[in-house]
Design a protein around this ligand. Sequence first.
Ligand SMILES: [Zn+2]
Length: 481
Amino acid sequence: MIPKRAEVGSLLYEWNGTKEIQVEVGIRKGLPGFQILGCASVSTKEAKDRIRLALEASGYQFPLETIIINLKPAHVPKRMVSLDLAMAAGILLATDQIPSPTYPIRYLGGLGLDGRILGGQELLPYLWQTPESSDQSFLLPSSLEKESLPKGRYQFLNHLEDLKNLSKDPPSTREVVYPSKTSPVWDVVYLDPYQMKVFQGLLYSLLGSHHSLLLGSPGSGKTMLHRMLASLLPPKEFRDHEDQGIWTSGGEFEVPSTKRPFRSPHHSATEVGLVGGGLPFQPGEISKAYGGILYLDEALEFKDRILECLRMPMEDSFLEIVRMNEKTKLKTEFTLMLSANPCPCGNYHGAETCHCSLQKIRLYLQKISGAFLDRITIFQTLFETNNERCIKLDELKMRKIILERYEFRKTRIIPKDEENKIQKILDIDPQTKQLSLRKKKQIISLSRTVADWNLSSRTKEVHIWEAVQYCIGYQWIYSLG
Ligand SMILES: [Zn+2]
């Protein structure tokens, strides 16, 4: 007697991605029994009774014969799996209770005792972190229909009964749909002229991806101005199948979106938390800020080692991590923004009296002097003023303005030898001639950003001198005392 046989595809999830898995079902005459082979976990084995009840509740017959389910490849432990649906479909196919599909299908989902197909966001990493294969179509619980999924072919089912009525043609390819957020976050804010000038500097930093540092008194609005940027970041252009979503430190899976990240770790963050590490490897804040902003508030409170770690990715857009004697190069791309108090008590130049000695202040600022300051393009200070907050900023209008500048930046053509011309100006002017080559390069790059902000295809002198003011701001630190 030839046993009845069927094989269906599914996926299993491991920490670093998904693996294809085959669910092989064999049914032969004999005493009623149900066995699951192939390194199945306890929870996978528990599926037996669930599948039986779900099949019966859906009007199918559960075969009273010997059922053997073999999960292939057998050596891979089946820990995080949602194989109920695949196993049930295998049994139905082996016993000819549903028609064989004419195209390859991967089944993914759990089962309720009433035959409902279950599964929600916990299945998203399966789909996002799977290698691309265009011909495979997925059969998924209907609760996933409204979620953001990678490009692919999908059918969504409510109930096991629906397996009888699968379409004969494979479903058409669904493009990625991203959730879009258009509602304002901070809506309207009023700034005084001093704050507005600082905010303009931060907008240049955002537009041209220039690293920036802001020293200022507590309560002057440092944190607020930075946080306002989070919702002004223009949408990211999606690179097909490069973005596979990330696991957050809270163990939740974040699907890829067009939203650029704004990451703001607390100063108690560890090196691993910032850079990444551990086994299995967990991405750090630097990776999570990819394509967006990494904002360190109270930057001088972070451990020395952490600021040190940032130096390489700030300049070279990669980070080297040594784990288990193995060097890994991580691609990084973020705009670093830092803010800090100007002195240990915070009141230097502020409304209250500062009692810090100059020596104490110098020691305090040491962390961000030298090599670190060299990599910062925009340096600003913001002390408390009595100015009236009279400049109105409208968030949605700002978003439009920034998007327009981004578009301009993408398409504008920089006049030939513009860089040389600016270089010559900087080499002659007494304010800039003694600056390092690195600083001059930063000024040239920022001048271009200022010109872009003004939608000017030519970098004018006025743009250069505005850039110079932001770039030599760091001299404030050395002018103390
Ligand atoms: Zn002080």
